[in-house]
Each structure stands twice: as structure tokens, then as C-alpha cells.
Design a protein around this ligand. Structure first.
Ligand code: NAD
Length: 357
């Protein structure tokens, strides 16, 4: 939560309690929450009807909640099956923000998009800062300095924001994505769409599908010359529920010029670039390879503000005249819910738990 949005919750009829120090890392001081009408309370969990957080609550914290309480957080269910089972057994209603359906009515609640926006911007800034040359063209009396060439792979929410940011800084930007609609979106950001002689790969819900081994190999071959020519490469490709696709081999990075920069936003989920390490910079050939790690937290103020707004919007949807009352017939409520009334309501998670149990 951020102080400026506390009033939105009190207007809905909630009393708001904030964990002391909750906003400090994002530069929101405790006093700001108090001035906005919240109380600071270390032990508020036991009485809470609704708990809002970024990370899921710990097992210990969940056990302090009362039955029927609701939690909203990011909750990577397939990697948190023990926690999901505990939420189910304790009768907690848990909502996972990454499950908000990507329909237009839910756009204001879409935390994946809001955080991808922050991450995409940051990736372009990291590339510009690490590259020891200009992004824009400079024509001076001392001569002309050509602009940097930036290649972006994956043009979803983060990729498009990286393109827009690199363009604003004056770089020449080229981008590639496997989805059919992506070329037009790339061009609308002012970048050139890299056209490869390959089929497009569209999955359900506007997401990409996984590539076959052959197609992956061919895509790497066709992209190799673009990567060799780039001063900065930014990769943001993902396929929901899968490890990040390997788009760039170490050999392709080695073909880049000395001083080149690679920013791998997918480093935490397996990496688009072979050899990238989340949270570290590694040298491959003449290129520095920056592996992303929790990038939204590197711009904590705006990331928190956008996430808090997503939370307020979804809580508002689930609040009636008599308080918190989610309508489970609503597609957004149903789609986002993981556990309710002693059941795991999210089917893929329920199946994964059954397989395990
Ligand atoms: P994402 O994070 O799952 O993936 C990022 C990008 O990587 C995607 O564009 C994907 O096509 C691309 N990709 C996957 N495999 C690739 C490969 N082998 N090579 C190159 N690129 C590859 O995606 P996202 O940013 O969350 O968004 C995906 C789609 O959802 C987009 O079409 C976006 O416009 C749409 N979307 C819709 C809504 C909405 O309607 N509310 C909200 C957000 C996003």
C-alpha cells in the first residue's frame, strides 16, 4: 500500500492497519500512512478481514489469520503447493494477482502488466547506463557520433516499454516477437520489426506458445546477424507456465562487439540468454550480460504505487455495501481465486496438488 491510496480503502468502509516499516524500502515513511488515516500495528493480522501484500504471507503468518480471512498477493501457486494446501486447510480465501484475467475490464487490476511496465523501462535504462557510448545520434562540430543500435527480443508489455524508452533516448531499435500482432505493436513504438522467415506462434489468451526444438534452432540462426550488429540487446521473452525460451546462445553473445551490453529480463525464470545469472553481471566475450533479479523493486516507489492501485481496484470490485463480499460468479473473482472455503478453486493448482498428494 502507499499512503496516497489509504483513503480509497477507508472510503470503502475499511479500517486500514499497516505493518510498521512496510513502505520504508520504497521510501514511504510510517508517518505518511498515519497521516492518511491508517494505524501502524505489528499484530493486525489476527483481526484482519483482508490482507494485502506483495509476497505471499509466510506459513507462520497464515496461521495467525482467522478462518474466512482473504489474502491478496503475488502467489506463484505451482511453486508454493505447501502454502496453498495450508491456505486451503485453514479456510483462507487466497487471491493470486498473477492470475487476474487479461480482459479489458480487469486492466486496472493487472499487476503483471503494471510491474512489467516498470521492468521494461528499467531494462532500457540499465542498457543505456552500462553502454559506454551514446544512445542518440550526435552531430557536432567535432564530428558525427552514430546512434546506438538496440535489439529487443520479446515485445509484450515489458518489451514494448523497453522499446519506447530506448527510442526516447534516441537509439535505433529493432525488435522481434513470435506473436502475429507484435510486428504492428513494435512499429507503433517507432521501432523496426525484425521479420524472420518463420511461422508466428500464438497460444491462448494472446500469449505465445512454446517453440519446437527445430524452430528454436532456426530462430537463433536467423537472429544471429541482428545480435552481432547490436550495441545493446534486451531480452524479455516469456511463455506462461514454462521456463523462459533460450533465444541467444553464449556463442551469439561472443559475436557481439567489445563493450556491448546484454540485459536479460528473463534471467530469473531460466534466462533468454545462455550464461546470464540473475542479480549479476557476467562477461561473455566482449559483452557484459546483466541478469535481472526482481527488477520492479529497483524502482520501488512507482512499482509500489501501481501495484497498490491494482490492489485497491480489485478490492473495490469485491466490496459491497456491507463490506468485503466477493461474487464468485464474476470472471475476475473466480479467475484470481486460488483457495476458498476449504477448497483449491484454481484448477491447474488443484490438479498439481492432487498429483502430489
Ligand atoms: P509475457 O511476459 O508472457 O511474454 C513476453 C513476450 O515474449 C510476449 O510478447 C511473447 O510473445 C514473447 N515471446 C515468447 N516466446 C518468444 C520467442 N521464442 N521469441 C520471441 N518472443 C517470444 O507476455 P506479456 O507481456 O504478459 O503479454 C502477452 C500478451 O498479452 C500481449 O499480447 C499483450 O498485449 C497481452 N496483454 C493483454 C492485456 C489485457 O488485455 N488486459 C494485458 C496485458 C497484456
Amino acid at each position: 500500500m502507499v499512503p496516497e491510496l489509504v483513503a480509497k480503502l477507508t472510503e470503502l468502509g475499511y479500517e486500514v492497519a499497516v505493518q510498521p516499516g512496510a513502505g520504508l524500502a520504497a521510501l514511504y515513511a510510517d508517518e505518511g500512512y498515519e497521516e492518511a488515516g491508517a494505524v501502524l500495528d505489528e499484530s493486525a493480522l489476527a483481526d484482519a478481514d483482508v490482507v494485502l501484500s506483495v509476497q505471499p504471507l509466510t506459513s507462520q503468518q497464515i496461521r495467525t489469520l482467522r478462518e474466512g480471512a482473504a489474502t491478496f498477493s503475488f502467489l506463484p501457486t505451482l511453486q508454493s503447493l505447501d502454502l496453498v494446501a495450508e491456505l486451503r486447510d485453514l479456510g483462507i480465501t487466497a487471491f493470486a494477482m498473477e492470475l487476474v484475467p487479461r480482459i479489458s475490464r480487469a486492466q486496472s487490476m493487472d499487476a503483471l502488466s503494471s510491474q512489467a511496465l516498470v521492468a521494461g523501462y528499467r531494462c532500457a535504462i540499465v542498457a543505456a547506463q552500462r553502454l559506454r557510448r551514446f544512445f542518440p545520434l550526435n552531430m557536432t562540430s567535432a564530428g558525427t557520433v552514430p546512434p546506438a543500435e538496440v535489439v529487443v527480443l520479446g515485445a509484450g508489455v515489458a518489451g514494448l516499454q523497453a522499446i519506447a524508452t530506448a527510442k526516447r533516448l534516441g537509439a535505433v531499435v529493432k525488435a522481434y516477437d513470435v506473436r502475429a500482432a507484435a510486428a504492428e505493436e513494435i512499429r507503433s513504438m517507432g521501432a523496426a520489426a525484425i521479420e524472420l522467415d518463420l511461422d508466428t506462434l500464438e497460444g491462448s489468451g494472446g500469449y505465445a506458445r512454446e517453440m519446437s526444438t527445430d524452430r528454436a534452432e532456426r530462430q537463433r540462426e536467423l537472429l544471429a546477424p541482428y545480435i552481432a550488429a547490436a550495441d545493446a540487446l534486451i531480452t524479455t521473452a516469456a511463455v506462461p507456465g514454462r521456463a523462459a525460451p533460450k533465444l541467444v546462445t553464449a556463442e551469439m553473445v561472443e559475436s557481439m562487439k567489445a563493450g556491448s551490453v546484454v540485459v536479460d529480463l528473463a534471467a530469473e525464470s531460466g534466462g533468454n540468454v545462455e550464461g546470464s545469472v540473475p542479480g549479476s553481471v557476467v562477461q561473455i566475450g566482449g559483452a557484459q550480460v546483466w541478469g535481472a533479479s526482481n527488477v520492479p523493486s529497483q524502482m520501488p516507489g512507482p512499482a509500489s504505487k501501481l501495484y497498490a492501485q491494482n490492489l485497491v481496484n480489485i478490492v473495490t470490485l469485491m466490496t459491497g455495501e456491507d463490506g468485503f463480499a466477493p461474487d464468485f460468479d464474476d470472471e475476475i473473482v473466480d479467475g484470481t481465486c486460488v483457495t476458498h472455503a476449504g477448497e483449491v478453486t484454481h484448477q491447474p493448482t488443484a490438479e498439481a496438488l492432487e498429483d502430489r498428494e
